[in-house]
Write a protein that binds this ligand. Structure first.
Ligand SMILES: [Zn+2]
Length: 264
């Protein structure tokens, strides 16, 4: 009788072992999946981690709200002070198109980056030209009024900015062109070798294509493949990698609460 009990007990024990090992097998699989995920993460961060990285670059709203900040947001909703003139404007040391000395200027950091970028492009036999950089508040007044007189205020607003709302006033923007579009600012520039190179490499030097195709609703501007905005390499690269406009990027970070830049 005792023997039977032992057999029953032993077989129960064995059955429980089988059950356990089944559990273990499932856990083992989970573990392997987890390990694989972790390994993948090390090579290529998943979206959550990219967002974490983005979060750590621009820390608070002052970085987009102050005129002189490299990451200042300027669009139809967010403007600069009327009297804001960057303190560190220098004349760019690259081929330029226009005679007006004002627009040949950029803030020092951006001018240096622009030169480095043009030099790098030349290594691929691509020759970029700087057309329009810094623009003062007063110049913008003149420009906008001229456009408005010619095309009407609403139409002018699609490709020109109201005074105080032009990114060019930051001294961090350059309109770039090439001989393949006769040194003009045309949408076709985006399809030229120079335009394609710019789109793919600008972020490496701290610039972004500020008004991408199909984003007029968000940026408030038609596609401008020539208009590049300096943000510094870190932020420009994060924006480039995100595939977003600067407005969308800041929205994702929780620094602006509405993605659309149109004035209310
Ligand atoms: Zn521009």
């Amino acid at each position: 009788m005792k023997k039977w009990w032992s057999i029953i007990l032993v077989s129960m024990f064995l059955m429980s072992l089988v059950a356990c090992s089944e559990d273990d097998a499932t856990n083992e699989e989970d573990k392997t999946e987890l390990q694989e995920e972790t390994e993948e993460n090390e090579e290529e961060p998943n979206e959550d981690e990219v967002e974490d990285n983005i979060d750590s670059i621009i820390k608070d709203e002052s970085e987009i709200a102050e005129d002189a900040k490299i990451t200042a947001l300027v669009n139809k909703k967010y403007g600069l002070s009327e009297d804001y003139i960057p303190e560190d404007l220098v004349t760019v040391d690259v081929p330029t198109v226009l005679e007006n000395p004002e627009v040949k200027q950029l803030r020092e950091e951006a001018a240096k980056a622009l030169k480095e970028m043009f030099t790098e492009a030349e290594k691929s036999d691509l020759y970029l030209h700087a057309r329009s950089g810094y623009r003062s508040y007063d110049t913008q007044v003149e420009l906008f009024n001229n456009y408005a007189a010619e095309h009407g205020k609403e139409e002018a607003n699609r490709y020109s900015a109201k005074p105080g709302h032009s990114e060019h006033q930051t001294g961090l923007v350059m309109d770039v062109t090439s001989e393949s579009v006769n040194l003009e600012l045309e949408e076709a520039f985006g399809e030229t070798e120079e335009g394609i190179w710019l789109k793919e490499h600008a972020h490496e030097f701290g610039f972004i294509i500020r008004y991408p195709q199909g984003k007029e609703e968000i940026t408030g501007y038609i596609y401008e493949p020539w208009h590049i905005r300096y943000l510094g390499v870190e932020v420009a690269t994060a924006v480039y990698d995100s595939g977003l406009t600067y407005e969308e990027y800041l929205y994702e970070e929780g620094l602006i609460h509405e993605v659309n830049s149109e004035q209310e």
